[in-house]
Design a protein around this ligand. Structure first.
Ligand code: HEC
Length: 186
């Protein structure tokens, strides 16, 4: 009897139900528990502070700023005088050549879905309007080109974007790029 059972089990087709049973057990043990809360890793520090008995204020959701809702003055506030003067003769078609010549396009793309080492230039004008409180969008764009490490875009590393464009680019080239990036808006 025992020998016959072993004989039956050693046949390949009788391994099938056993394998199926094993797979079901595996699947069941790996499936997520519906009662377990799904917690964002970003909540870590907040939960730790709450456990330590500290009062945790909700983080404000940043409101997107549209360039179209700003006045000319608000858009260009604080921009260096020489750049403002050069904006009068800024050429956005020339700016594309400048971005190519200085290798900006190796790290930045107008396509929001293209992963590159620098943030996308898609809607850069609107993004710039909401980046740093107190910095006008034109000022912010110029600032992030001449001193890229002063403000780091969340999720990106410092020290990657060359910090010497302010010395290498002419005032006109900088103005061309500022005008071009301000044009990338909704
Ligand atoms: C080697 C890669 C690299 C090159 C080349 C480069 N950048 Fe960047 N750039 C970055 C990275 C990384 C960041 C984000 C980190 C930071 O804020 O400094 C950034 C940030 C920026 C920002 C701010 C973007 C935002 O969403 O706030 C602007 C504007 C910008 N770069 C313009 C330029 C221009 C113009 C050039 C060419 C003259 C250039 N970059 C060349 C990597 C690069």
């Amino acid at each position: 009897m025992k020998a016959r059972f072993l004989l039956r089990c050693s046949r390949p087709q009788s391994i099938f139900p056993l394998a199926l049973l094993l797979m079901v057990i595996l699947l069941v043990s790996c499936s997520p528990n519906a009662n377990e809360p799904i917690i964002s890793p970003q909540l870590g520090p907040i939960l730790a502070a709450r456990e330590a008995g500290q009062v945790v204020a909700a983080l404000p959701t940043p409101t997107p700023v549209l360039l179209a809702s700003l006045s000319e003055e608000e858009i260009y506030a604080g921009l260096p005088e020489d750049i403002v003067a050069a904006l009068a003769t800024a050429d956005t078609a020339r700016a594309e050549q400048v971005a190519l010549a200085y290798g900006c396009v190796g790290c930045h793309s107008l396509d929001p879905n293209q992963m590159m080492s620098g943030p996308t230039w898609y809607h850069m004008g609107d993004t710039a309007a909401g980046r740093v409180p107190g910095e006008s969008p034109a000022f912010y764009i110029h600032h992030s080109i001449v001193a890229p490490n002063d403000y780091l875009v969340p999720g990106y590393q410092g020290g990657i974007m060359p910090a010497d464009f302010g010395q290498r680019m002419s005032t006109q080239e900088l103005a061309d790029i500022v005008a071009y990036l301000l044009e990338q808006r909704q």
